[in-house]
Design a binder for this molecule. Structure first.
Ligand code: HEM
Length: 515
């Protein structure tokens, strides 16, 4: 009996229960602060309707369901910047015309904004907060990875060959697969091979945990956004998806930690480690140079997070767009074959695939990964050229309005495979580079824009091209009977449908193409 009582008391006063009780006690106070909260900005407010203007909780819900309508309404009604109440607090919306002015502003940080957006201080999500870590990942992606692109392209080529054999096989009969599972499976292999070497790349258990953690980051984020701001930490402690997320993180760490520690030990003992020219090697070097302390295990999850879901969703949309425009596929195959016959897998070959590049840019225009661009946190008061004041602490974003404008893109809702190829060949000054997949501009912000634009886009471009070469030359593709599923936008995040399937079969390859 005494033992039972002791156990019950210990259970009631466990750190977890105490934390829940503490949160519950603090809630009413926090709520009062929350509802009285005012922003320092004096910009006009825009909401879905009058209710949203007067009730923060209603406004938050309206943002979850009608983010695009709210932004478009503001752009129509206010000629300039305005404020909206989002599910993550108030934000300032800047029209497209500010993209150029803000592009190199170092007082406005993407890393700080995205840390907030992805709730990266919550348990299980903390690897994402490395985005704010002394510019380490920005530097190693921009400098080390991009400089190694020539060396990693053959690795991408070999890994795509091996992975497709495993994931799709050789059957000439039609089969079907889940679009998301297939592309996540392919891209996690490719990036793991380049970032962390063959050993981890062949560890299926590790790959499953990484993909699962990345998908759960998205699902947990979307789930928590449906809850009032101040209840989110409590919900996150208790929700089964959040628990799964924490378990997945722990499972990857269990596999990766011994590998990383072995390498660190080898280094300390002066032995030459098996592979230095990869993310782990670069992370070690850069952290030592900066004399910083960083968890390298979280570092590998962070890299997987920024590289896998983004790239696999981008290439999956491209595949669906091509299925909607099947006449583009023979043209792409023809270009690829001609480039490979003339130049083989030389370093310039991928750059020569200009129709493929155009198709990738067009698909990304139609399917951006976020409905808001150039998200930034303002680190000190800033006055813009039109007199708009952005107060310190404000969260801002730029709306990519020209994405759907008939002036910039005639028939803006149509997928036009050679839209960007034609623009590149228009003869206008600078057009040839301006409309490449990797080039950002106020008219194409799929990778953001300016100094903080995605540093991984050069790698992503090569990875997508290598994957598409294999996918188009080796396989035929078709919709399954249930066709193309609509994309759902929750808050500002479009979600690639989880239940989207796709059919494939092995095709006979053209002669004399060497993979
Ligand atoms: C098609 C795939 C990808 C897309 C669509 C994408 C998109 C983006 C976008 C929109 C941003 C914010 C830029 C801005 O607001 O100006 C960003 C930032 C970033 N991306 Fe990517 N990304 C992709 C792949 C990758 C890959 C493969 C890596 C790494 C190898 C990577 C690493 C990063 C990093 C480190 C940042 C933070 C930049 C900073 O804080 O300055 N991304 N990405």
């Amino acid at each position: 009996m005494a033992n039972f009582l002791m156990d019950s008391v210990t259970e009631i006063f466990s750190p977890f229960t105490l934390r829940v009780l503490l949160y519950c006690a603090l809630l009413p106070i926090c709520y009062a602060i929350y509802f009285c909260r005012k922003t320092k900005s004096t910009l006009p407010w825009v909401a879905y309707n009058d209710e949203g203007l007067h009730n923060v909780e209603k406004a938050r819900k309206q943002w979850v369901e009608h983010c695009n309508e709210i932004i478009d309404k503001g752009l129509r009604e206010v000629k300039g910047a305005f404020q909206v109440q989002t599910d993550l607090g108030p934000k300032i919306v800047l029209p497209n015309s500010f993209a150029e002015e803000l592009r190199n502003n170092d007082q406005m940080l993407f890393s700080e904004a995205i840390e907030e957006e992805l709730m990266a201080t919550y348990s299980g999500l903390t690897p994402i907060s490395l985005v704010t870590f002394d510019h380490v990942f920005q530097d190693l992606t921009r400098v080390n990875l991009t400089r190694s692109l020539d060396a990693v392209t053959p690795e991408l080529n070999e890994e795509t060959r091996v992975s497709l054999q495993r994931l799709l096989g050789d059957s000439e009969e039609w089969q079907q697969t889940s679009l998301r599972t297939f592309f996540n499976g392919l891209i996690v292999r490719l990036s793991t091979r380049v970032f962390f070497g063959k050993e981890l790349c062949q560890n299926q258990e590790y790959l499953n945990h990484v993909v699962s953690w990345g998908t759960l980051v998205l699902m947990v984020n979307i789930t928590l956004r449906q809850w009032p701001l101040l209840l989110r930490r409590v919900v996150h402690m208790l929700h089964p998806l959040s628990r799964q997320l924490r378990n997945e993180r722990a499972a990857t760490s269990k596999i990766v930690a011994p590998i990383i520690h072995e390498r660190l030990d080898q280094k300390q003992q002066g032995q030459k480690s098996a592979k230095v020219s990869d993310m782990v090697g670069w992370m070690e070097e850069i952290v030592q140079k900066k004399k910083a302390k960083m968890d390298l295990v979280d570092g590998q999850l962070f890299m997987a997070f920024v590289a896998v879901e983004t790239t696999s969703t981008t290439v999956a949309y491209l595949m669906l767009d091509l299925l909607d425009h099947p006449d583009a596929i023979p043209r792409l195959r023809k270009e690829i074959i001609s480039v490979l016959r003339n130049g083989g897998w030389k370093k310039t070959s991928l750059q020569q695939m200009k129709l493929l590049d155009s198709a990738m840019k067009e698909s990304q225009r139609l399917h951006p990964l976020n409905m808001v661009n150039m998200q930034r946190k303002v680190t000190r008061d800033i006055t813009l050229s039109d007199g708009t004041v952005l107060p310190k602490g404000a969260h801002t974003f730029v709306r990519w309005e020209s994405r759907c404008s008939a002036e910039t893109y005639p028939n803006p809702d149509e997928f036009v495979v050679d839209r960007f190829l034609e623009k590149r060949e228009s003869g206008e000054a600078g057009a040839s580079s301006k409309w490449q997949f990797v080039t950002t501009s106020p008219d194409h912000m799929g990778f953001g824009h300016g100094r903080q634009a995605c540093p991984g886009r050069f790698f992503a471009s090569n990875e997508i091209k290598v994957a598409m070469v294999h996918l188009l030359l080796k396989y035929d593709w078709a919709y399954t009977d249930d066709g193309r599923k609509p994309v759902q936008v929750v808050s500002n995040i479009p979600i690639m449908p989880f239940e989207q399937n796709i059919a494939f079969r092995r095709r006979e390859m053209e002669d004399s193409i060497d993979f």
